[in-house]
Write a protein that binds this ligand. Structure first.
Ligand SMILES: Cc1cc2nc3c(=O)[nH]c(=O)nc-3n(C[C@H](O)[C@H](O)[C@H](O)COP(=O)(O)OP(=O)(O)OC[C@H]3O[C@@H](n4cnc5c(N)ncnc54)[C@H](O)[C@@H]3O)c2cc1C
Length: 376
């Protein structure tokens, strides 16, 4: 203790995959790391509520940079977290016959340029007649978020040099020489030379608290519908590209499929610097400055799963059925520039003179390794 401040080598804000991976990376060099998580448990927002796709690039025919970037980390991620990966399904990408931004020929040449597997297969196996222009067997996996939380969190949580503080966050920041002086919501005071801001949809809230310039952000309240599918689709993942279509993929190893629709998954979007949504007026304590968890919120949107189901039914063969079991909601955060080319870079920003604030806005789960570079 220095005065009434506890000294820690580093403080991580946010207990999603990026925060836990940051803590794990820091523990290879530091002897005391504290992680503050606003929610009552770790992995309660985007790290659990997402399509669980381990990207190899197929999804980004309009952003070669994002495609190459996804491919770069694919092998390492599926090897490091092999026990969390579902490989055992047919990964089908198809190009819609109507309104697609990318044609079948363009998709094929894009895959060949990236040197990723793309094998044309008959659309009749999965699709109704005429609904798609091209249909391909590809290589793509999904991860199981619960197993991933154990795998990434496991080693960190048991480390005596690591401390997890739940229901806690930083309310005040001052600088003193080479250190930050943090005051936490529970009244605790911490002195540290390094803070990692891994709060994803709250990244700008933290940047503002640290008196730093905000990122140009866009936010969406998104819905992930989970359910069971008819037998002929149980070992299949379908993604129809490239525009207002849908994805239906095995949700890790849960036995359920996630169903999303480009037009129905986002319920409300905000292009303000801080996440600003109409439901915040009804929600106790949620505001542009404090973003609460949509998944546990009583004002979360009503499900659009029936619209997603109708859309999928229009494309898929008549044997397709989806029995909606439940939906989860999370705020998706991205840079405003990604609207142009659909790019999803993982952005790491180092700021502060003296003490350092490292902020990460991730586009893809398998880009956690970017933190190794930044934190070294
Ligand atoms: C609908 C959807 C689908 C997606 N699909 C995919 C996909 O298929 N594949 C893929 O790779 N990626 C996908 N993503 C992106 C991926 O989910 C994110 O890039 C990733 O989960 C972000 O991880 P994170 O740890 O940064 O954020 P989170 O998991 O959201 O963790 C941030 C944590 O910070 C906490 N927090 C917030 N404010 C504070 C504060 N002030 N102090 C302390 N704690 C705070 C939050 O409670 C939260 O636990 C998807 C995202 C969404 C929303």
């Amino acid at each position: 203790l220095t005065g009434n401040y506890e000294e820690r080598d580093a403080v991580v804000l946010g207990g999603g995959i990026f925060g836990l991976f940051a803590a794990r990376t820091l523990l290879s060099k530091k002897s005391s790391v504290t992680l503050l998580e606003r929610d009552p448990k770790i992995f309660s927002r985007a790290s659990s509520i997402n399509q669980a796709r381990v990207h190899l690039g197929y999804h980004y025919p309009r952003s070669l940079g994002t495609a190459l970037y996804s491919a770069q980390f694919f092998n390492r991620f599926v090897e490091d977290y092999a026990e969390c990966i579902n490989r055992s399904f047919d990964k089908i990408y198809a190009i819609s016959s109507r309104n697609s931004y990318t044609s079948a020929a363009q998709f094929e040449s894009f895959c060949r340029m990236l040197n990723i597997p793309v094998e044309p297969v008959s659309p009749h196996l999965y699709f109704s007649r005429g609904s798609v222009e091209g249909c391909y067997l590809t290589k793509e996996y999904t991860f199981d978020a619960k197993l991933l939380a154990n795998a990434v969190g496991g080693k960190v949580l048991d480390d005596p040099r690591f401390e997890l503080s739940l229901n806690n966050f930083c309310v005040r920041v001052e600088s003193s020489g080479s250190h930050y002086l943090l005051t936490c919501a529970d009244g605790r005071k911490i002195k540290t030379p390094l803070v990692v801001n891994a709060t994803y949809a709250s990244v700008n809230q933290v940047l503002e608290l640290f008196d730093q310039e905000c990122l140009p952000m866009k936010y969406e309240i998104t819905e992930l519908a989970l359910g069971g599918v008819s037998e002929s689709f149980q070992n299949v993942g379908i993604t129809v590209m490239d525009g207002p279509f849908f994805s239906l993929i095995p949700h890790g190893l849960t036995g359920l499929h996630s169903l999303t629709g480009v037009e129905y998954t986002p319920h409300e979007s905000s292009a303000k610097s801080l996440p600003t949504f109409s439901c915040q007026s009804e929600t106790n304590g949620c505001s542009p400055k404090i973003l609460k968890n949509c998944d546990t919120c009583s004002s979360r949107p009503k499900t659009s799963s029936h619209f997603m189901y109708q859309l999928a039914k229009r494309y898929l063969s008549s044997s397709f059925e989806f029995k909606h079991e439940r939906s989860h909601f999370a705020v998706k955060a991205m840079l405003r520039t990604s609207e142009v080319d659909d790019a999803r870079p993982t952005y790491v920003l180092v700021s502060g003179n003296g003490p350092k604030l490292v902020s990460v806005l991730s586009g893809k789960i398998n880009t956690i390794y970017e933190l190794e570079r930044a934190l070294s």
